[in-house]
Design a protein around this ligand. Structure first.
Ligand code: DOR
Ligand code: ZN
Length: 359
């Protein structure tokens, strides 16, 4: 990360408890290892459905939700909201079932082949008309992994090409469709969301606020900074910081915390994903402090996502305390360790003990 500039950030910041509107929790043993890191800080999270096999029905989502609740550390007070994975076989009646469940917050669109466990994603939007109309009718948001997948499309252009060729026309075609452009990474995406109607929103990750693509190659290949969509140029990072700190309610917190073991990351074909949950709020606070915009953190982290998803804002509060802090470098040890975002780098705020989301 860059040097911390001359700094007049306050000793303590108190904000309404935040929520994470884009999260990967996995399943089985890995779920049990990671869910506490999110529950320490966030009250609620939208949990992504890209398991293997994916969560494609409301029944799958509710069963997965039960497994998440069972894996929580004792005393946690954390509420997962679920998503369905859109496939070419998804039906309007499945959308109606999802919309009738207060536990399902949206349906996730993965272009086929775009990222982890996206093999059953959609090849295109042709043929999805009735399902998209059902989403529109029920007011259920479509959560979009926005990257073009044509093999000859440059990896750094994938978001921009998807926006031009697919997302912009989709939003124009479906005048009532609610769309969250997930983990945006480019100046073009931020500008489009800012201009789009209020039914269009975007999440922004901590790594895209703090790092540009140089971080992938600093002194050698850095697999723990590799995620999808990949980090972009410095001008893109700056545009994302401006969007997140603008006070525009279209932009809100979604970590995209995506754990993979060290073995899977440090490999000849490493997996995409940054595991940020153990330091997520602190990393966002760092980004906002660098932009001298800590007064805008609460809206981004704790208000705008809840408003967009029609949920009440959290009433309890958390405190971030100033003081150099190094987050944990890993969860676990050896090849199965999960390397944490920023692995031990200094952060200027830390969530106060006792702020963990416990009941
Ligand atoms: O980096 C990523 N990791 N991007 C995604 O879209 C998926 C995620 C994962 O599930 O590992
Ligand atoms: Zn994700």
């Amino acid at each position: 990360m860059d040097e911390i500039p001359n700094d007049a950030s306050p000793e303590r910041i108190e904000i309404a408890r935040p929520d994470d509107w884009h999260l990967h929790l996995r399943d089985g043993a890995l779920l049990g290892r990671v869910v506490g890191a999110t529950a320490r800080c966030f009250r609620r999270a939208i949990v992504m459905p890209n398991l293997d096999p994916p969560i494609v029905t409301t029944a799958d989502a509710l069963a997965y939700r039960d497994r998440i609740l069972a894996a929580l550390p004792a005393g946690s007070h954390f509420e997962p909201f679920m998503t369905l994975y859109l496939t070419e076989a998804t039906t309007p009646s499945e959308i109606a079932r999802a919309a009738a469940s207060t536990q399902v917050a949206g349906v996730k669109l993965y272009p086929q082949g775009a990222t982890t466990n996206s093999a059953r994603g959609v090849r295109g939007l042709d043929g999805l008309g009735p399902v998209l109309e059902a989403l529109e009718r029920h007011g259920l948001p479509l959560l979009v992994h926005g990257e073009a997948t044509a093999p000859d499309c440059d990896v750094f252009d994938r978001e921009r090409v998807f926006l031009d060729e697919t997302l912009r026309p989709l939003v124009e075609r479906h005048a009532g469709l609610r769309v969250v452009f997930e983990h945006i990474t480019t100046a073009e995406a931020a500008a489009w969301v800012a201009e789009a109607p209020a039914r269009v929103a975007a999440t922004i990750t901590p790594q895209h606020l703090l790092l540009n693509r140089n971080a992938l190659f600093r002194g050698g290949l850095r697999p723990h900074h590799y995620c999808l969509p990949v980090l972009k140029r410095e001008r893109d990072r700056q545009a994302l910081v401006r969007a997140a700190t603008s006070g525009d309610p279209s932009f809100f917190l979604g970590t995209d915390s995506a754990p993979h073991t060290r073995r899977a990351k440090e490999s000849a074909c490493g997996c995409a994903g940054v595991f940020s949950a153990p330091v997520a709020l602190e990393a966002y606070a760092e980004a906002f402090a660098r932009a001298s915009a800590l007064d805008r953190l609460e809206g981004f982290a704790s208000h705008f996502g809840a408003d967009y998803y029609g949920r009440p804002r959290n009433e309890d509060r958390v405190t971030l305390v100033r003081g150099d802090w190094q987050g944990p470098e890993t969860l676990g040890a050896g090849d199965d360790a999960l390397v944490v975002f920023l692995a031990g780098e200094a952060l200027r705020y830390r969530l106060q003990d006792g702020s963990a989301a416990r009941g």
